[in-house]
Design a protein around this ligand. Structure first.
Ligand code: BGC
Length: 442
């Protein structure tokens, strides 16, 4: 087997995790700056330098090019463009992405620009953030401003990265910025307002630039029951509705999942279902591992985390279950009319040990990629409409609440010197990109 000729290969990153330069060229504060200042990052680090991509981006573009990657998803920092979230535009912020896009195009790489990968301007959070529908207008305005500048060259636009993770961990459990612990209602409100915002932003962009491809990226993990107990099975179905279906059904079907209709009556207004629906071109899917869930009264939706019965784990303590990716892709084919999609993130954190020469033989990560790519290959062979694969991530980077301790990169970043060193997994994916085939691994 091999992949179709026009299948695209590449990598994903996000602004906050790699750029650094948080107080450079007029950028305003965002919720993750505040979260870090509150001491909420496990290893006590912050993203003020991260990979210093803001200054070293030409080197990073060269790495993408040398890998033979044809596509790159990056995100645009809202607080660089609109330092207070609304109002005055910061020209220097737009200039940065302008240079990056030109650099990518000169290297023959298709830029896929994501408008929101979690760095919400702090003043917008102070006004209610994703808990309020008042955020819809500002997000659409921001989308209009950025696309106005870049859509002559950027033809792929991603509205949001993982609205479900933002809602569940940012506003439900509080483990991510802004650190709110609002439980089930907080999660559902943030989900619905992101649904409204992304569709409104797509309408705004489409009106000005009818030739671009529009979509969003969500984290879709199959939700498996921890046991055959009907209570666990029902819990997994509820969690599937929250984690996967509010976003997917909203965007692709203009519907609130039946299981959640009652819980969302105070959030969803008459007419909203029409507003959240948008005929996208490309759906981005982030996959890491399935969620194994059990019945647990007292928690949001009475759902708790179960224990996957597997013997391979990553450094995030996430189970390695490549079949889940095949199941996810076939579920998109089955439940969403074979929507055109791509893998927007897939990857694994492992503890990398450079050898005496500084080389990184990250065999676990190579095996992770090989196994997951086989699932994608199988799904493509079974007729799933998968157009491309982007790994997470090009670089080791600032892993949110874990700080600099978890390494997902196919390129190592030495945080003292900022030196980049491609790992074995970089060479592995490079071969896949160049040949369209998965090489045999030992
Ligand atoms: C996010 C990335 C993150 C990765 C690994 C995804 O949820 O989009 O920003 O680094 O997972 O945790």
């Amino acid at each position: 087997m091999s992949f179709p000729k026009d299948f695209f290969w590449g990598a994903s990153t996000s602004s906050y995790q790699i750029e650094g330069a948080l107080d450079v060229d007029g950028r305003g504060p965002c919720i993750w700056d505040t979260f870090a200042a509150q001491g909420r990052i496990n290893d006590g680090t912050n993203a003020s330098v991260a990979c210093d991509h803001y200054h070293r981006w030409p080197e990073d573009v060269a790495l993408l090019k040398a890998a033979g990657f044809g596509a790159y998803r990056f995100s645009i920092a809202w607080p660089r463009i609109l330092p207070t979230g609304t109002g005055a535009v910061n020209a220097k912020g737009l200039d940065f992405y302008d240079r990056l896009v030109d650099g990518l195009l000169a290297a023959g790489i298709r830029p896929m620009a994501c408008l929101y990968h979690w760095d919400l301007p702090q003043p917008l959070e102070d006004a209610g953030g994703w808990q309020t529908r008042a955020i819809v207008g500002p997000f659409a305005d921001y989308a209009r401003i950025v696309s106005e500048r870049l859509a002559d060259r950027v033809k792929d636009w991603v509205m949001l990265n993982e609205p479900n993770i933002v809602a569940i961990f940012g506003y439900g459990f509080g483990e991510h910025a802004p650190g709110k612990v609002l439980g089930a209602q907080g999660m559902l409100a943030a989900l619905h307002h992101q649904n409204l915002a992304q569709a409104e932003a797509m309408r705004a962009i489409k009106a000005q630039h009818p030739d671009v491809r529009l979509g969003t990226v969500t984290n879709v993990q199959p939700c498996l029951p921890d046991s055959t107990d009907p209570k666990d099975i029902a819990a997994a179905e509820r969690w599937d509705a929250v984690w996967n279906r509010v976003t997917l059904d909203g965007l692709l079907k203009g519907r609130v999942p039946t299981l959640l209709a009652e819980s969302m009556t105070n959030i969803v207004k008459t007419g909203d279902e029409k507003l959240i629906h948008f005929p996208i071109d490309l759906l981005g899917l982030n996959y890491y591992s399935p969620n194994t869930m059990k019945h647990e009264p007292g928690r949001p939706f009475d759902v708790g985390w179960g224990t996957p019965k597997v013997d391979r784990w990553t450094d995030m303590a996430w189970p390695v279950q490549p079949d889940g990716l095949y199941d996810l892709l076939t579920s998109i084919k089955r439940d969403y009319n074979n929507q055109a999609c791509y893998i927007a993130e897939n990857g694994a954190a492992y503890v990398d040990q450079p050898d005496a020469n500084g080389a990184i033989h990250d065999a676990d990560r190579v095996r992770y990629f090989a196994d997951h790519l086989r699932s994608v290959e199988r799904a493509v062979a079974d007729g799933c409409n998968v157009k491309g694969y982007l790994c997470w991530s090009l670089l080791d980077n600032f892993e949110w609440a874990f700080g600099l301790t978890k390494r997902f990169g196919i390129v190592r970043v030495d945080y003292d010197t900022l030196k980049r060193t491609p790992k074995d997994s970089y060479r592995f994916l490079s071969e896949v990109a160049k040949t369209g085939k998965i090489p045999a691994i030992l």
